[in-house]
Design a protein around this ligand. Structure first.
Ligand SMILES: Nc1nc2c(ncn2[C@@H]2O[C@H](COP(=O)(O)OP(=O)(O)OP(=O)(O)O)[C@@H](O)[C@H]2O)c(=O)[nH]1
Ligand SMILES: [Mg+2]
Length: 393
């Protein structure tokens, strides 16, 4: 099946095609990227809602009830439940699915559990792309439950249009111990398990915190009480989220969030792509192990090693982008030293090449701790005409 046909099936809401596409994206397969390129322009943006909070506060139970609430309105709902990866197996625990059994059998709900794969911040690395696929599959609302690892779930706010932070009675003064970052990402505060004593106390604590540090965007985050197990307060939560969306659209907030989301995504992809490029080009043949040993034995410091890997010269000029194909054929630079200003010319100027190579060999010998044998190999490579024509990096 071609990518175009596959994309068509996803756009038609085919669940199997969607599931396979999400797996391809999660596993970093080329098919995933090809599909995303086809789907992104056609996917209508969904309302992405992040549900975050400490472990066990009732996120999954609440997500199930909130999804049912949106279903009653007729929206198609996608759910991304991020589970912690096992540090041993790398697999996810997948406990959230068990809490959402009330949604099984509903064709209008698509649930996907994802593992964090060790990423900090409570989100799985491919979460952004999974949201795009769910949007393409026709989901108008996407609920994202972040991994309950404590207070690191700030990442979700970068992906979501609205974020609900769940708290539970019994936290009392603990609310104050929440890191500022987590409190600031909440567009709606939800005190779940309000059937337990102490909900009012938490409400007062949150209200007190908000009065000390109000938001800069004029939105007053509501503080709601819910009992997720019985769906009490869920309609009010949906209302609050809708109101926040309207507020965002009427102010510049919505556009600002979209901009921030796209910026984060682009920079993240750029970081990943550059990292993979450096690893593929510069760390072949177990070179990393050699660097690791050098650092472990304190022969070199990690900063210098990284500078060398990315090709940063001693003068601070980056040569990372320089490759033989990018330089003009008549001006290929010395392959030993980034500080060598003499451009190595092609075969026509062979004597110049020899001079450059011998000078830079001296530099290379002094600068690196390579063995005599490695130096001999380098020298013979440098003095061969093919090397003079070749890449410097
Ligand atoms: N009494 C009471 N119990 C609740 C409520 N909401 C959830 N629970 C219970 O709290 C427990 C944890 O609920 P989950 O929905 O799994 O919590 P979670 O935040 O998703 O947990 P993690 O995904 O492990 O972080 C379950 O036993 C739920 O039945 C509530 O409003 N009241
Ligand atoms: Mg859960």
């Amino acid at each position: 099946m071609s990518y175009e046909e596959w994309a068509k099936q996803i756009l038609a809401g085919d669940r199997r095609a969607t599931a396979r596409a999400i797996s391809a994206v999660e596993n970093g397969e080329a098919a995933g990227v090809a599909l995303l390129k086809l789907l992104f322009p056609k996917a209508s943006p969904a309302c992405v809602i992040g549900i975050t909070g400490s472990p066990g506060v009732g996120k999954s139970t609440l997500v199930e009830k909130l999804a049912l609430e949106y279903r009653r309105q007729g929206s198609r709902v996608g759910i991304v439940a991020v589970d912690p990866s096992s540090p041993f197996s790398g697999g996810a625990i997948l406990g959230d699915r068990i809490r959402m059994q009330g949604l099984s059998g509903d064709e209008g709900v698509y649930i996907r559990s994802m593992a964090t794969r060790g990423q900090l911040g409570g989100l799985a690395p491919a979460a952004h792309d999974v949201v795009t696929i769910l949007e393409a599959a026709g989901c108008q609302v996407v609920l994202i439950e972040t991994v309950g690892v404590g207070q690191d779930e700030v990442e979700v706010a970068r992906l979501a249009d609205a974020t609900a932070l769940l708290l539970v009675p019994g936290m009392g003064d603990d609310v104050q111990t929440f890191k500022a970052g987590v409190m600031e990402i909440a567009d709606v505060f939800v005190i779940n398990k309000a059937d337990r004593p102490g909900a009012d106390r938490v409400e007062q604590e949150v209200a007190a915190m908000l009065s000390i540090g109000p938001r800069t965007d004029a939105w007053h985050p509501p503080i709601l009480k819910t009992v997720a197990t019985t769906a009490e307060g869920i309609a009010a939560l949906r209302d609050a989220l809708d109101r926040f969306r309207v507020f965002g659209q009427s102010s510049a907030l919505s556009v600002q969030r979209q901009q921030a989301k796209c910026r984060v995504r682009l920079l993240e992809l750029l970081r990943q792509t550059l990292f993979e490029k450096v690893v593929a080009e510069r760390l072949r043949d177990g070179l990393i192990d050699r660097y690791v040993d050098e650092v472990r034995e304190r022969r070199r410091d990690p900063h210098s090693v990284v500078e060398e890997i990315v090709g940063e010269s001693r003068r601070g000029e980056s040569t990372f982008t320089t490759s033989a194909s990018q330089l003009s054929p008549s001006r290929r630079r010395c392959r030993f030293s980034n500080t060598c200003s003499a451009a190595v010319r092609t075969r026509k100027n062979w004597s110049r090449t020899r001079r450059c190579a011998s000078r830079c060999l001296r530099w290379a010998r002094a600068a690196s701790s390579c063995s005599r044998r490695q130096r001999r190999t380098r020298r013979s490579r440098a003095l061969s005409p093919s090397a003079a024509r070749g890449s410097i990096t």
